[in-house]
Design a protein around this ligand. Structure first.
Ligand code: NG1
Length: 405
């Protein structure tokens, strides 16, 4: 995205020139879904699409934001450690979130005037929300001389986003801040770490949007939070049983301890013994998905498209049947992508709507895109903004805060 209309828009709103641009990309998660809030690895990459804020620091503590998208009304608030939230689901809460958290930890006092623009579809599982949190957070940190160490800052931004009421994990903030060009990254948590892996040159990562919005600040939020609770409960029961039955002597206080101490097959077998049917499904998804992340990274190093694709298919099946976060439209897009020749496809992000990610190579990508257009979008008479709904992701660098002159 170029600065395009952003700078004139700022001048029209604030009658002055902006001094900086704070930008943060969205992401697509290749594999490792609903694992991050359990402290288990994920494997996303940042996109070429991003949230951008043209801004000018103020000499008081106000943050004054306008959005180039007329759907998003103006937002103004004063920085502080207990900022009252706007109505649930409104975009301004994603700007208040980092201001609130930074003010809880540092003596920040200086706000900014800003115009926000984004070429990321919102509520689509591509993490436009965390991109906004990061872009505002980075701006406030720089303006107030708060140190920005990417890994610590990613954890801080993940804590900040809890402000909106979704008990999310830390994947989105970490990849949006720490990504490298041409790379995906394995992210592990507590503390945040990124291992960058080159995406093979002839791999094409296709993103297709169902057009069904996955408002995580709305209805989907409750299901998302419920899944997190179910995972906590399953962990409590299984780790308790493992300790009582002395299956291992290791101390199991977190999910990563459990999956490191006991192999996936044995864990699922233990789950079958001690969990009820619903919790077993959630547990099985998390255990198997964590395993798939490790194997998928090996497959990427080996440039094994077929192997990576098969893991994506297995991930989708598990998210659909065990974790129950897919939808008819997501399943349909996945099936069409496979029919068009994709090596594998799955829902990406939280689910409940939003996007799928499909893996193709340079020889099959044309057919995958054409089949998706013909069998999903044209069938629904969706012809406008097709490039926003269906595109090939370019693994891109993470967020930055740059002077304009
Ligand atoms: P999206 O798809 O951006 O809503 C959410 C969480 C992630 C992760 C995925 C599921 C937030 C900000 N993001 O992503 O942390 O848990 O779901 O893997 O809550």
């Amino acid at each position: 995205m170029s600065h395009g209309a952003l700078l004139p828009a700022f001048e029209a709103c604030f009658d002055a020139a902006p001094t900086h641009v704070s930008r943060a990309p969205g992401r697509v998660n290749l594999i490792g879904e609903h694992t991050d809030y359990n402290g288990l690895p994920v494997f996303p990459m940042a996109l070429q699409r991003e949230v951008r804020i043209a801004l000018r620091p103020r000499s008081d503590g106000m943050v004054v934001l306008r959005n180039t998208n007329p759907r998003f009304s103006p937002v103004e608030f004063e920085i502080g450690p207990a900022i009252p939230p706007g109505p649930p689901g409104t975009w301004g809460n994603y700007a208040r979130a980092p201001a609130n958290e930074l003010a809880r930890r540092y003596a920040i006092w200086r706000g900014f005037d800003g115009v926000v623009s984004s070429d990321l579809p919102d509520a689509s599982g591509l993490s436009s929300s965390s991109a906004l949190v990061n872009a505002v957070g980075l701006a406030l940190a720089h303006i107030n001389q708060v140190p920005v160490d990417v890994r610590a800052f990613a954890a801080l931004m993940a804590d900040a986003e809890q402000y909106v009421g979704t008990r999310g994990g830390g994947m989105d903030q970490a990849i949006s801040l720490g990504a490298r060009d041409r790379c995906a990254a394995k992210i592990t948590f507590d503390p945040v770490r990124l291992r960058h892996v080159n995406v093979p040159d002839d791999w094409c990562v296709v993103i297709a949007d169902t057009g069904v919005r996955a408002e995580k600040s709305g209805a989907a939020r409750n299901t998302y939070n419920l899944r997190r609770k179910e995972c906590e409960e399953a962990f409590r029961i299984v780790s308790g049983h493992v300790a009582t039955a002395r299956i291992t002597d290791k101390l199991l206080t977190r999910w990563p301890d459990l999956v490191a101490a006991i192999d996936a097959d044995t864990l699922v077998a233990i789950g079958e013994e001690v969990l009820d049917a619903k919790l077993l499904r959630r547990f099985r998804h998390v255990v198997r998905e964590a395993d798939r992340v490790e194997t998928a990274i090996d497959r990427m190093y080996a440039a094994d498209t077929t192997g990576f694709g098969a893991l994506m298919d297995a991930s989708h099946a598990s998210l659909r049947s065990d974790f129950l976060v897919s939808s008819a439209e997501l399943d349909e897009l996945v099936a069409i992508a496979r029919e068009g020749g994709a090596a594998g496809a799955r829902l990406t992000g939280a689910g409940f709507g939003g996007c799928i990610v499909a893996l193709a190579d340079r020889w099959t990508v044309g057919s995958v895109l054409e089949t998706l257009v013909a069998e999903y979008y044209e069938c629904r008479n969706i012809t406008d903004r097709i490039d926003d709904r269906l595109f090939v992701a370019v693994p891109s660098r993470g967020a930055s805060y740059d002077p304009l002159r």
